[in-house]
Design a protein around this ligand. Structure first.
Ligand code: ZN
Length: 419
């Protein structure tokens, strides 16, 4: 996963353009994506697909002809979606088109101008404040033309038509945690799931943030009732603690599952309630759809100082953090796939476990004691009303312990599956 982040890192992406296409091409080597192109000018709910933006070069030169800001060294140097420009201007005129972070003097900020035609450069404040009075040449070799918005989709058909949605956004340029980490995580998730026999169907979206989510929703209205729940994958590559942002109604099944996974994994984490900013969960959870989409992150966007700066680079994300994040996502899928309701077939008093050999499995050691408790919890609460997830939450045992106990009891014909 880290290598794939490194491969995608240099590409200059935006909400439209060849950077997105190239990114989807590379992801397509891992999972066969269906690519969609939606033309400029298409109305998608209250929005319109903008002109397509592409860029090949940009720089600022001083009067000696020396390049002092170079797009080829970092694509963050350009205000993303800048219109083309080539002219000479004074320091004072130039300053109106320069963006810096005076509180983080050594990093290049990431800024965009998608829906307002403008041009600009982003640079380190330290360099900016030393710019001498001079005549500067600015050159941005970009284009804003009728074209299309590109997104990629991958679908795995399961036994049921009910779908689980995983989405991530492919519009950020050279920024690793936000959000190549999320893009790469769901690529690997898709890669791992695609050859399995699954209960649910799984849909993976690789879309530009906001306008891409709005576009996808507008083209898929008639199928949205199939989506049972999902997660937006973002900021999953840094070494910080996990953050789970709950769904809009705060009590969906996916909320209970993710909380249980983080608890069972014993990883440091915090749970935050839904709020209507952030990433694409706000489009999926808009009142007209109200899909149950949460977001499982590590350190949340806007909270880490590297956020939207050149410091969100290949040193900030780690292979270990990516692996640990992928594991949490896989555990979420494990619960989704294995949660079920059972009925205890000997519900009047406890069944005699000894004569079924179940006490052999549960001697006196601590681990085995948990197994015995798991058997008793499953038997007691399998009254038709509780699922294995409910039982695991109420008992405080891990989902896996409860699932193992249920498997054993089912094998011994003490349970039947009811849902
Ligand atoms: Zn971002």
């Amino acid at each position: 996963m880290y290598d794939l982040i490194a491969e995608l890192y240099p590409i200059c992406r935006s909400i439209t353009g060849n950077g997105v296409r190239k990114t989807l091409d590379i992801i397509g080597k891992h999972v066969p994506l269906e690519i969609h192109e939606v033309p400029t000018g298409t109305n998608v709910f209250d929005w319109t697909i903008p002109k397509e933006w592409n860029i090949s070069d940009a720089y600022i030169k001083n009067s000696k002809g020396e390049i002092i800001v170079d797009f080829k060294k970092s694509n963050l140097h350009i205000l993303n979606y800048s219109s083309p420009v080539h002219k000479k201007l004074s320091l004072k005129e130039l300053q109106e088109h320069i963006f810096t972070l005076p509180n983080q003097v050594d990093v290049i900020p990431y800024l965009t101008t998608y829906y307002k035609e403008n041009w600009g450069f982003c640079m380190q404040y330290n360099q900016y404040k030393k710019l001498p009075d001079d005549e500067y040449e600015v050159f941005i070799n970009s284009s804003l033309k009728n074209g299309s918005l590109t997104y990629g989709e991958f679908f795995i058909k399961g036994k049921t038509d009910d779908e689980i949605l995983f989405t991530s956004y492919v519009c950020h340029p050279s920024l690793c945690n936000d959000n190549l980490s999320g893009v790469v995580l769901i690529t690997y998730l898709a890669k791992l799931l695609k050859n399995l026999n699954l209960k649910y169907s799984y849909r993976f979206l690789f879309i530009p943030e906001t306008i891409g989510a709005i576009t996808w929703l507008s083209k898929n209205v008639s199928n949205l009732s199939k989506i049972k729940c999902g997660l937006v994958a973002t900021c999953v590559g840094d070494p910080g603690a996990f953050t789970y942002k709950k769904t809009r109604n705060n009590t969906s099944k996916i909320d209970r599952i993710v909380e249980k996974v983080l608890l069972d994994s014993k990883v440091p984490h915090k749970i935050v309630n839904f709020f209507p900013s952030g990433s694409d969960e706000r489009q999926f959870s808009s009142p007209g759809f109200d899909l149950h989409i949460g977001s499982l992150m590590r350190t949340m966007y806007t909270v880490f100082p590297e956020y939207h700066t050149s410091a969100d680079n290949l040193d900030f994300v780690t292979a270990d953090s990516m692996r640990e994040s992928l594991e949490q996502y896989l555990k979420v899928i494990f619960i989704l796939e294995n949660d079920a309701k059972y009925a205890n077939l000997v519900s009047k008093c406890e069944p005699q476990l000894g004569k079924r050999g179940l006490y052999d499995a549960v001697g006196g050691q601590k681990k085995q004691k948990i197994e015995k408790m798991a058997l008793l919890w499953v038997l007691n609460l399998s009254d038709g009303g509780n699922s294995l997830l409910d039982i695991s939450i109420r008992s405080g045992l891990t989902f896996e312990e409860i699932k193992n106990a249920a498997d054993l009891l089912y094998e011994k014909k003490l349970l039947k599956i009811i849902d």
